[in-house]
Design a protein. Structure first.
Length: 458
């Protein structure tokens, strides 16, 4: 098949006349082949002829032909000239447009700490010191349970701050809280569990994660005192709770409910998974001790630095009952051979030297000021919006007046560039209308400005 050289000239001449010259001709020819404007089997003019038609140096065309031949778009045979490769498939469809990342004017999602508060200089110093001190053998494949030094420091810290009863041998270090829950779910599924009770409202991402690992999420309602133990479905022997600061409502699990939940676990030979995701952030009084301290044999304790330092570190941990630890460590080894010892060693030094405590004191003070600024602005501009839960954490739920559709409010605010998730997106059964407002990553001035704009919008 011969080429309509006039058509080819029309396709390539704009590129030849542009400043890009060689690269532009090559790109235009490649694009014409991909788009099907030049059909497979079509013979192209010689490099000399095409160069003359386009008014470019012959070397420009020779280089383009050579590159596209190397890429498989063209076939060059001595005595037969250069043709479009016949084995090319149908013209590729244009790629789906990639949605641009939304640039929120006020991003009030829950879950993120103030990333600007991350102690960069101290972390660099801890990393440098840890790398200097680590023996050569520590740079090999790590202990799948985690760096022993970090596990020892964490056991001491959790015992001091959260009353967790544990030794280094009870801990497993993970890539954040998500991997901790993933591994535990996989171990439970392999052990015969098929269902798990989850709080409703609760974290939708956790429910998806559990389903992905073969556990059916049974929704258990939450009220002002936390999870309603009497509503746990029959046959379910594992429950996931956020006892210190329920997500998202922000209530604490009442002491009577704590005892009832542990009694339930003993009665059915069950397990409580305690997600202690942000218990360090309590602003009016010390947080209640972890449930794990009340019955270490019935509680698996989960934590991470995602809400205290930064999610990007991907450092989390599990404190496990004896019967679950060996299988969890084995799964960790089969999954990824263990977490990198370098950030573990840096975090161990941060714990040991008191840097972690100092960071928490700084951020706790900053978050309290931000929470106070948010609530004061709401009291002034939206007094009918009622904050729910205790003075803790990185977010607050605002209960909206009866009859308001919180999903509509969310859409109205999104149209103004304000990201405020509706409470209805966290529940399967419906509850009062509300918004879940994260305040930790936003300065007091911007929180006040956001509230003023919200009041003008709704």
């Amino acid at each position: 098949m011969t080429t309509n050289w006039a058509t080819l000239r029309e396709l390539l001449l704009p590129a030849a006349e542009s400043g890009g010259r060689g690269r532009a001709v090559e790109a235009a020819l490649r694009s014409a082949i991909r788009d099907g404007q030049l059909a497979p089997g079509l013979r192209l003019p010689s490099s000399r002829d095409l160069a003359a038609q386009l008014g470019v140096a012959r070397g420009t065309v020779t280089a383009a032909y050579g590159q596209l031949t190397a890429e498989g778009y063209l076939t060059a045979r001595r005595g037969s000239g250069t043709t479009i490769t016949t084995t090319l498939g149908a013209p590729a469809l244009p790629p789906e447009p990639v949605p641009s990342v939304m640039r929120w004017r006020y991003d009030l999602r829950p879950g993120l700490p103030a990333l600007s508060e991350f102690p960069r200089a101290e972390w660099v110093a801890m990393t440098r010191a840890a790398l200097t001190e680590l023996p050569d053998e520590a740079l090999g494949y790590p202990d799948p349970a985690g760096l022993p030094d970090l596990r020892a420091e964490l056991a001491a810290y959790l015992g001091r701050v959260r009353a967790v009863t544990a030794t280094a041998d009870d801990l497993v270090i993970t890539h954040g809280g998500a991997e901790a829950l993933s591994m535990l779910a996989a171990v439970l599924r392999a052990g015969g569990h098929r269902t798990i009770g989850v709080e409703d409202p609760g974290h939708p991402g956790q429910k998806d994660l559990l389903r992905e690992h073969g556990l059916h999420a049974e929704h258990v309602p939450v009220d002002d005192h936390g999870i309603m133990v009497s509503e746990i479905p029959a046959g379910c022997r594992v429950v996931l709770v956020t006892a210190a600061h329920q997500f998202p409502l922000g209530v604490t699990l009442h002491p009577e409910r704590r005892h009832a939940l542990l009694a339930w676990a003993r009665a059915c030979d069950g397990l409580v998974i305690e997600d202690d995701y942000d218990a360090e952030h309590r602003y009016d009084r010390p947080a209640l001790r972890a449930m794990q301290a009340m019955d270490p044999a019935r509680v698996a304790y989960l934590g991470s630095v995602s809400k205290t330092l930064a999610p990007a570190l991907r450092l989390g941990w599990l404190v496990l009952p004896a019967g679950l630890r060996a299988n969890t460590v084995s799964r960790k080894q089969l999954t990824d051979l263990g977490c990198s010892p370098l950030p573990q060693a840096a975090f161990a030094r941060l714990l040991r030297g008191g840097g972690y405590d100092r960071h928490l004191r700084r951020t706790r003070s900053a978050y309290r000021r931000r929470r106070d600024a948010l609530l004061a602005a709401l009291h002034e501009h939206l007094p009918s919006w009622q904050p729910i839960g205790v003075a803790a954490g990185l977010h607050v739920v605002l209960r909206l007046p009866s009859g308001v559709d919180d999903s509509v409010v969310q859409q109205q605010l999104a149209a103004r560039g304000i990201n405020t998730p509706a409470l209805c997106s966290y529940t399967s059964r419906g509850t009062y209308p509300g918004l879940v407002i994260g305040y930790a990553a936003t300065t007091p001035d911007r929180l006040r400005a956001a509230v003023r704009e919200i009041a003008l919008t709704v």
